[in-house]
Design a protein around this ligand. Structure first.
Ligand SMILES: Cc1cc2nc3c(=O)[nH]c(=O)nc-3n(C[C@H](O)[C@H](O)[C@H](O)COP(=O)(O)OP(=O)(O)OC[C@H]3O[C@@H](n4cnc5c(N)ncnc54)[C@H](O)[C@@H]3O)c2cc1C
Length: 293
């Protein structure tokens, strides 16, 4: 088959989708198709069988189950952006979704497709890492849970194996003393791929920062959880959150963890500078959002 010829499958259930994936020699899973169809059209990828999971209702849920928010992998970015539950409980996730592409892209592209591309610039990855998400992955033999920090292996390589489908993203919501932010820098205001992105989570107890995660995106083959910078935040006194010198040191530490490349969107050096600045800004926003008093 040439790259533009393929069999199209529209399974009615997840089991059926997995059966087809296992039977075909060279299948590709299709969610919104905003990535995979572009790659096929450009000849960057070949697939003899496209297996669409876009209409499987079990992958389109957004619900709260006790202290967890469960998001189906085929939920679109606009559904994430507009969900009142997500806006209330996971505001930074809704914010990240609203920064992806255009309305046309957001109406079609899915949260699961975004992270399954494994692209270093995918915007959902940093914020899902900051939220410490877990992923449910289904195959014909098992349903396995994986922590998102173990999901991204290299640029465009994730821990999804042939015959597996990412089904759910699960985020634990702990208490109201947690603040999360997401910032991205692109070359335009809209429909812009990230040159760099940062997501920050800060958690307080008794006016003391007890946990934090600083995650940087688009500046290395995978999103990076900056452990040293995150640890610096945990040692902060409340006044440190408005001290530019101290914030600048955390920004520098995050930038040291980046492994940026030079490309048409920016030089490696420019990206390092962006990480430093975005980290400082994202910390301030997360701090304001954490109701620490
Ligand atoms: C104009 C334009 C603008 C864009 N802007 C942005 C942007 O600002 N930020 C950004 O991050 N991205 C952007 N993208 C990239 C793309 O839209 C997103 O990555 C999108 O979320 C991909 O989701 P999808 O549902 O379309 O994935 P698809 O194209 O359907 O799939 C992507 C990959 O994931 C696999 N896959 C999909 N779902 C699953 C699943 N449940 N389990 C296992 N594997 C799966 C597919 O097989 C494929 O390999 C843009 C794309 C376009 C065309």
């Amino acid at each position: 088959m040439n790259s533009l010829e393929f069999n199209y499958h529209s399974p009615k259930t997840l089991d059926e989708a997995i059966n087809i994936l296992n039977k075909c020699d060279n299948p590709a899973l299709l969610a919104g198709g905003t990535d995979v169809l572009v790659e096929i059209k450009k000849g960057l990828r070949q697939a003899d069988d496209l297996v669409s999971i876009k209409n499987l209702n079990e992958l389109k849920i957004i619900k709260q189950k006790q202290n967890e928010i469960v998001i189906g992998s085929s939920v679109t970015h606009n559904e994430v952006k507009n969900s009142s539950l997500i806006k209330e409980k996971l505001f930074a996730l809704s914010e990240a979704a609203s920064n992806i592409g255009t309305d046309q892209v957001r109406n079609t592209a899915t949260i699961g497709g975004n992270i399954c591309t494994g692209a270093s610039c995918c915007d959902m990855a940093p914020v899902l890492l900051a939220y410490n998400s877990e992923l449910e992955i289904l195959s014909s033999t098992e349903k396995r849970m994986i922590h998102i920090k173990d999901f991204f292996l290299a640029h465009k390589k994730t821990s999804i194996n042939k015959g597996e489908i990412l089904t759910k993203i699960i985020i634990h919501i702990s208490d109201d003393q947690t603040g999360v932010s997401f910032l991205k820098f692109g070359l335009r205001d809209a429909a812009s791929i990230s040159v760099a992105s940062v997501s920050v989570m800060i958690k307080f107890s008794d006016k003391q920062c007890i946990d934090s995660r600083i995650v940087i995106g688009a500046v290395a083959p995978t999103p990076i959880l900056c452990s040293k910078a995150s640890k610096l935040l945990c040692d902060f006194k409340l006044t440190d959150f408005s001290n530019e010198n101290i914030l600048s040191k955390v920004g520098e530490s995050a930038a040291e963890d980046s492994l940026p490349i030079d490309d048409i969107r920016g030089s490696a050096d420019y990206r390092r500078k962006l990480v430093k600045v975005l980290t400082q800004r994202a910390i301030k926003i997360a701090f304001e959002r954490a109701k620490y008093i």
